[in-house]
Design a protein around this ligand. Structure first.
Ligand code: ADP
Length: 426
């Protein structure tokens, strides 16, 4: 298999031709990221971030807006998400492009948790907002900001459809044996305890993109996707359908991440509660914010980790080894579940940029038909094959484009689905 040149790939999205651009909003607890995207060509027309929303004291928010190759950065008072969006809309007017000229077709909202209710993108109405809010107990750190972002955006941009795109939606197709935790079934059912999986937009996009760039049908491919950003997750995708993923009830399970532990014995929690006197919030912070690569080495950015390793720092070297060891275990496990692996696809900040991580994960997996070619692996660029010609499995780097994937799902939702048909019975 080889890469089909871009100019020879059919563009299945050209039917979207008449639809203008989509404004994609990603509301975090203290940030708003936005991107104006052309869902057909895929280019980001403009993008920006507003950080430090609602910080106490004299701290100002940091605002950046990029358009036409120029990046503007300034400080502003940003008490809440409403003001953040007002500032963003003001920047479109002031710096460009004017949204009236860009012809906004829809606003797409990235929502972290869709529970078992949402298995696809959904056009937002009041009922959908209420349902997303009802899922706050499952995602107390994320869904409140998502709900606030949607409410404010519907007020300020009332004349276009709004679409919610869920990080969990792709993984609603997991089989029961993959999403069921082996705990008392009545307790699990009463409290919605199961695997949901996250980064679904990225896993779905990358699995589809792999097929497209290889000129194959996604139905014919068995793919392991490794989304390695600050948060990190793996998935096994068989014929376009996920059969397992590493994140669980929350994004804490699975791989070692920038600041999250990933898999630990759940009894670590009981042990620390009983013996270290830590309460639930302290344990939550420990495993989500003070663990992972940061907890082991003191840094969470892989560029800094590399510098420490090169300087002979033993903690950093161990953090790298623990990170890679966990990844290898997931690759092996997913190879067993898939039976045959056609492609291992690396994506997101670490997966796309860190050749040493890719090489270390694939080292010694020749028996599984997985290897990287040092020269190909060291090269930079867009989607590419980094394995040697003799392997049965392709190792690829496929840049993820979550905003574009969200924009395309918006168009699909507005064109084809009513909110009710995208909501499963749960
Ligand atoms: P997220 O969306 O989860 O915040 P990203 O996918 O943007 O994360 O990935 C961010 C991470 O990618 C950084 O924390 C850093 O560890 C890693 N990263 C980014 N650029 C590079 C690079 N050139 N080399 C190695 N790692 C990189």
């Amino acid at each position: 298999m080889s890469i089909v040149p871009e100019s020879e790939r059919p563009n299945p999205y050209s039917a979207y031709g008449a639809h203008g651009s989509v404004l994609v909003l990603n509301s975090g607890s203290s940030s708003l990221k936005y991107q104006l995207v052309n869902p057909v060509g895929g280019e980001a027309i403009a993008a920006g971030t507003i950080e430090r929303i609602g910080e106490a004291g004299d701290a100002k928010g940091i605002v950046t807006h990029t358009y036409g190759g120029n990046r503007t950065r300034r400080e502003a008072d940003v008490p809440d998400h409403g003001e953040a969006l007002r500032i963003a809309l003001g920047l479109f007017d002031e710096i460009g492009p004017r949204l009236s000229d860009a012809g906004i077709y829809a606003v797409g909202h990235r929502v972290v948790h869709g529970g078992a209710e949402f298995s696809g993108p959904v056009v937002v109405d009041d009922d959908v907002v209420d349902r997303i809010e009802s899922l706050v107990p499952l995602a107390p750190l994320h869904n409140p900001a998502n709900v606030q972002g949607i409410r404010v955006a519907r007020e300020l941009l009332g004349d276009v459809p709004h679409v919610a795109v869920f990080d969990t939606a792709f993984f609603q197709a997991l089989p029961a044996e993959a999403y069921t935790y082996a705990i008392d079934r009545e307790v699990a059912a009463a409290h919605d305890v199961r695997r949901y999986g996250f980064h679904g937009t990225s896993h779905q996009y990358v699995a589809g993109k792999v097929a497209r760039v290889l000129g194959r049908r996604v139905q014919d491919l068995h793919t392991i996707v490794l989304h390695l950003g600050n948060g990190a997750s793996a998935s096994a995708v068989k014929g376009g359908v996920p059969i397992d993923t590493s994140m669980g009830l929350t994004p804490l399970e699975g791989l070692v991440m920038g600041t999250r532990s990933g898999d630990v014995d759940p009894a670590v929690v009981f042990h620390l509660a009983r013996n270290a006197g830590m309460d639930i919030d302290e344990l939550d912070t420990l495993l989500n914010k003070r663990s992972g690569v940061l907890g082991l080495s003191g840094v969470n950015d892989f560029r800094e980790l590399r510098r420490l390793i090169d300087d002979g720092d033993e903690d950093a070297a161990l953090a790298f080894d623990v990170y890679v060891h966990r990844l290898k275990k997931y690759v092996g496990a997913y190879a067993a579940l898939l039976g045959r692996v056609d492609v291992v696809a690396f994506t997101a900040g670490v997966g796309e940029n860190d050749a040493a991580v890719r090489a270390a994960v694939c080292e010694g997996l020749e028996g599984l038909g997985i290897a990287v070619d040092p020269e190909r692996n060291a090269a930079r660029g867009g989607e590419r094959i980094v394995s040697p010609d003799w392997t049965s499995t392709l190792v690829m780097v496929v840049p993820t484009m979550e905003e574009l994937a969200i924009a395309r799902q918006c168009v699909e939702a507005v064109e084809h689905l009513s909110p009710a048909s995208a909501v499963t019975s749960g």
